[in-house]
Design a protein around this ligand. Structure first.
Ligand code: NAI
Length: 681
């Protein structure tokens, strides 16, 4: 006879062999997270289990999407003081200590994601068994929220797989598939899903020796001298991507690791102290905000039944196999769709197929998955896929006449409920759709380059676009695992429109005699992932000029003479190795550090950033985007705008609206009308 105990978030069952099965099933939630309520009940359940003296304990998830996604990030917002945070973290650590100390074998059964606090819980078990499913991923991504692991993960992962691998995972925040986790020594057994339970039961019955760190790995990272040396290396690596004053968490993690070689319990206390400090910092609060912005975009207007049929999710037809169309097609294939890819001639499709092969090989390590991806991508220069397609994505040259000729030719062939989507980056939808009999079905799905890297996709609606078309476009963007940002059709939509004044201001600064290196440094010191001069070179100066000209005409922005000269002199940027910078054979800009004359002043950054803020205000006033939060989301995920600030509008709130407005007025006086505050201020 089996006995059951039900908690709100856990189910506890004792089987005939006196083995306890504890399943997490967080109440009223689609995903398991370790909220304080869940932790409190785990504490009670562990006490109950210990008292019954079972033969062993299995912990799994009752939800099919995964094991445990980590701490409950929503609760971070309620933490007001360091002491409050410290107390909660110590409480959580104490519970996992109790789990670890149970006098019988404990096994976590992992299927699907197992990250953050979820992995910390699994690490406190004696054994870990995982499914070989590609959905099964593990990691400690806390740095992405401005903290580091706090429930003993820093100590336990280090102990299990050694400092070098553990720190690499924690500092990057990346997750790894179960196969890789097995190789690293994080899990004991990798099995097909149907064997998960049996494998767990066998671990309890056989009690094999626990995973142990090889003496070589221990020697490499578990003494104070090697840690001192490695910590220096880690700091150097981290500094390439994150400044300590902006992202303190990875640095705090390195300090913690370096300073606690000999005592696990001291390390746990220090871990809690460190996370308690970090979690109340502005950086963490802003990164948590960015996390919720992402969640909001993920949840936008999803149509539940659209493109969900596993066997036949829908057919996508892409027209234009150039830089964008080719990569859009390949990305949709990676996400499981069947795609036909059209261009004027077969040889124009060939380069896209070559790039697709590279992407597929990177994404699919198992041969059958790779072959099946190739099977889903069909070159189709005759456009036979148009009649079958649920979505036709147009990504041909940026020319309204050519686009309209195409639309007129294909409209009669579209399925009755098919969406026609354009990847145009600058032409307004109303103008494009004027040639269509049914303009309601045209929507913009504006991807950013490079597609596999850039998560954001603007979903652009014109005056005629039907709501159903918009909803389906948003749903489609989610189905291909990108973040949809609904915007209104207007020059440059949201992201390019706000970015352009920033790039043009950088060119103005150059004209005034500042070196490219100084300007780039000012922006990266502010927190941008890449300086604006390097960014302009990367996008291509001809493309920048054409977008700036279109935007300039419609919004009365003047385009610096310098940009036009550069294009005339065939200095197009990275693509022909001559732009504002010269480029070496590998395509890296040749920068001269000596050109940074002095530490870039706040003024340089201010001039560029204030143009972003002013344009953001204009976009909000015009209703290009629904609200400040979505604007912040667009800029963080579309341009990499300093995530630690939480986005431009969050940055503005923090900086103070009145003071910023005054600064803008001062700049208008000294530098002219391009700094004129938008009426929205
Ligand atoms: P591209 O020049 O690399 O590719 C365009 C392709 O369309 C060419 O292969 C051409 O042969 C083909 N084409 C032209 N007319 C055609 C027709 N009637 N039927 C079939 N194929 C035809 O251009 P790219 O850069 O891929 O841009 C495509 C669209 O995406 C443009 O609207 C552009 O504004 C937009 N876009 C471009 C971005 C970029 O970074 N390159 C970023 C976001 C949007």
């Amino acid at each position: 006879m089996s006995e059951f105990t039900y908690y709100k978030n856990w189910q506890l069952m004792v089987d005939e062999e006196n083995i306890v099965h504890l399943s997490i099933d967080k109440l009223d939630a689609s995903t398991n997270v370790l909220s304080s309520d869940v932790m409190r009940e785990l504490d009670l359940a562990l006490a109950e289990i210990k008292a019954t003296q079972p033969r062993g304990l299995l912990i799994d998830s009752a939800k099919s999407n995964g094991f445990i996604a980590g701490a409950d990030v929503a609760e971070f917002k309620q933490i007001k003081t360091r002491d409050q945070a410290f107390e909660f973290i110590r409480y959580g650590q104490g519970i996992l200590d109790k789990l670890e100390a149970l006098p019988f074998p404990t096994v976590s059964l992992i299927d699907g994601f197992c990250v953050g606090g979820g992995l910390e819980l699994a690490l406190a078990c004696r054994y870990r068994v995982a499914t070989e499913d590609s959905r099964t991923r593990m990691g400690l991504p806390e740095v992405k929220l401005g903290i580091h692991p706090g429930f003993g993960g820093t100590m336990r992962l280090n102990r299990l797989i050694g400092g070098i691998a553990a720190m690499d995972l924690m500092l990057s925040g990346r997750t790894v598939q179960a196969r890789k986790a097995k190789k690293l020594g994080m899990i004991d057994h990798l099995v097909p899903k149907r064997h998960l339970l049996t494998a767990g039961l066998n671990m309890i019955k056989d009690q094999p020796e626990q995973q142990k760190l090889s003496s070589l790995k221990a020697l490499a990272s578990n003494n104070s001298i090697s840690r001192l040396m490695l910590a220096r290396q880690f700091r150097k690596q981290v500094a390439k991507h994150a400044k300590q004053n902006q992202y303190p968490a990875p640095y705090a993690l390195i300090d913690l690791w370096q300073n606690h070689v000999s005592s696990d319990s001291d390390m746990l206390t220090a871990e809690a102290e460190s996370v308690a400090e970090l979690v109340i910092s502005d950086t963490s609060k802003n990164l948590v905000k960015v996390f919720f912005l992402q969640e909001r975009m993920k949840a936008l207007g999803i149509e539940k039944d659209y493109m969900t049929n596993k066997k036949n999710p829908g057919h996508i037809h892409v027209i234009g196999a150039g830089v964008m169309g080719g990569d859009i097609a390949a990305w949709c294939v990676v996400q499981g769709f069947t795609v036909t890819l059209q261009d004027q001639k077969p040889e124009l499709i060939a380069p896209a197929l070559k790039r697709a092969k590279k992407l597929f090989t990177r994404k699919f390590k198992q041969k059958h998955l790779l072959m099946s991806a190739f099977d889903r991508l069909h070159p189709d220069h005759n456009g036979l896929g148009i009649e079958k397609a649920d979505i036709v994505i147009e990504a041909i040259v940026e020319d309204i006449d050519i686009k309209q000729d195409l639309y007129k030719a294909i409209e009669p062939r579209l399925k009755a409920d098919a969406i026609l989507a354009t990847n145009t980056s600058s032409i307004e939808l109303e103008a494009l759709s004027s040639c269509l009999k049914n303009p309601q079905r045209l929507v913009g799905i504006h991807f950013f380059n490079p597609i596999p890297k850039m998560q954001l996709v603007e979903v652009v609606s014109g005056e005629n676009t039907e709501q159903k078309t918009i909803d389906r476009a948003i749903t489609f963007v989610r189905r291909i695992d990108r973040l949809p940002l609904p915007v209104k059709s207007s020059p440059g939509f949201l992201v390019n429109r706000i970015l352009m004044p920033y790039l043009l201001e950088a060119v103005e600064l150059l004209v005034e005699g500042n070196s490219a290196e100084t300007i780039d440094q000012a922006a990266t010191d502010f927190g941008m992932p890449m300086g604006p001069i390097t960014l302009a070179d990367t996008v291509g100066l001809d493309i920048c000029l054409s977008v700036a000209t279109i935007l300039g005409e419609k919004m009365h922005i003047s385009v610096p003479e310098k940009l036009q000269q550069m294009v005339k002199q065939n200095r197009l940027g990275k693509k022909n190795r001559k732009g504002f910078y010269d480029y070496d054979d590998k395509g890296n800009p040749i920068k001269t550090p000596g050109n940074i004359k002095e530490r870039p002043t706040a003024l340089l950054a201010d001039r560029m950033v204030l143009r972003i803020l002013n344009e953001s205000m204009a976009c909000l006033r015009e209703g290009i985007v629904e609200d400040t939060e979505l604007l912040d989301a667009g800029m963080v995920f579309g341009t990499g705008f300093a995530p630690f600030t939480g986005g431009p509008m969050n940055y503005l709130n923090h900086r103070g609206r009145e003071a910023t407005l005054q600064r803008l007025k001062d700049l208008e006086e000294t530098h002219g009308s391009r700094f004129k505050p938008d009426p929205a201020w």
